[in-house]
Design a protein around this ligand. Structure first.
Ligand code: PXP
Length: 239
């Protein structure tokens, strides 16, 4: 079985920068160090409100990344235009609500097929691989396959927040969704709310491709530095 890959989400290095409106920490350098530490890709979310990642970051990182760029974005015409211009290796379509602290739910791929189809087709034709950020739900997986997305990213936020019996149910749902997605020909990633402490029960999901992890890596980097933080997460997911 291939080792699970790590996509390092650096949005919250940008959060720190935007909190003061300054030009540090330098995101290109953060990404370079994450790659040096073994990250398989760098994930950034260009939100409609530009609360952390800015348009200039997307362009600068596209020039400098030596691994894969995974751009998270809503199906919004302005951001789609930038994505078509930048042509990231991967694009993860996510739902966005202005007031949310972070991406709270999965994309309703089943309910929004007509809106998503032309965007997925345009991005794919332009050379990016599209992933849909969905809840671990068979209906959403079927919609993702029908829409021709090669990847899904299973939303692990509910799992990360669950305890007791609910936690067991969430783990089962993620295992079931990954297996079902693979029978539909989808490659399966997962992410959101994952930490070195809570990631273990997801590691025996067969053929899980990539875990996209951000907040906990950036937070731990305050203590150990970004390279060490990435190395520790890699060791945790590839043990
Ligand atoms: N995957 C997706 C699709 C996300 O929207 C996010 C948050 O931006 C993450 C992964 C990373 O989540 P976290 O920062 O909680 O690790």
């Amino acid at each position: 079985m291939d080792l699970i890959k790590l996509g390092v989400n650096i949005d919250h290095a940008a959060t720190l920068r935007q909190a003061r409106g300054v030009d540090y920490p330098n995101l290109v350098e953060i990404a370079r160090l994450a790659e040096k530490a073994g990250a398989h890709g760098i994930t950034i979310h260009l939100r409609e409100d530009r609360r952390h990642i800015q348009d200039a970051d997307v362009y600068a990182l596209r020039k400098t990344l030596t691994t894969r760029m995974n751009l998270e974005m809503a199906n919004n015409p302005d951001v789609v235009r930038i994505a078509l211009d930048v042509c990231p290796n991967e694009i993860c379509l996510v739902p966005e609500r202005r007031q949310e602290l972070t991406t709270e739910g999965g994309l309703d791929a089943a309910g929004q097929r007509d809106l998503l189809r032309p965007t997925i087709e345009a991005l794919t034709k332009n050379g990016s691989e599209v992933s849909l950020f969905i809840a671990p739900d068979r209906k959403q997986l079927e919609a993702a396959a029908d829409l021709g997305a090669p990847y899904v990213e299973l939303h692990t936020g509910a799992y990360a927040n669950a305890t007791g019996d609910e936690l067991k149910r969430e783990i089962e749902a993620l295992h079931d969704a990954a297996a079902y997605g693979q029978t539909l020909g989808l490659r399966v990633n997962a992410g959101h709310g994952l930490t070195m402490t809570n990631v273990a029960p997801l590691l025996d999901i067969p053929n899980l491709d990539t875990l996209n992890i951000g907040h906990s890596i950036i937070a731990h980097a305050l203590f150990v530095g970004i390279e060490q933080s990435v190395r520790e997460m890699l060791a945790a997911i590839q043990r």
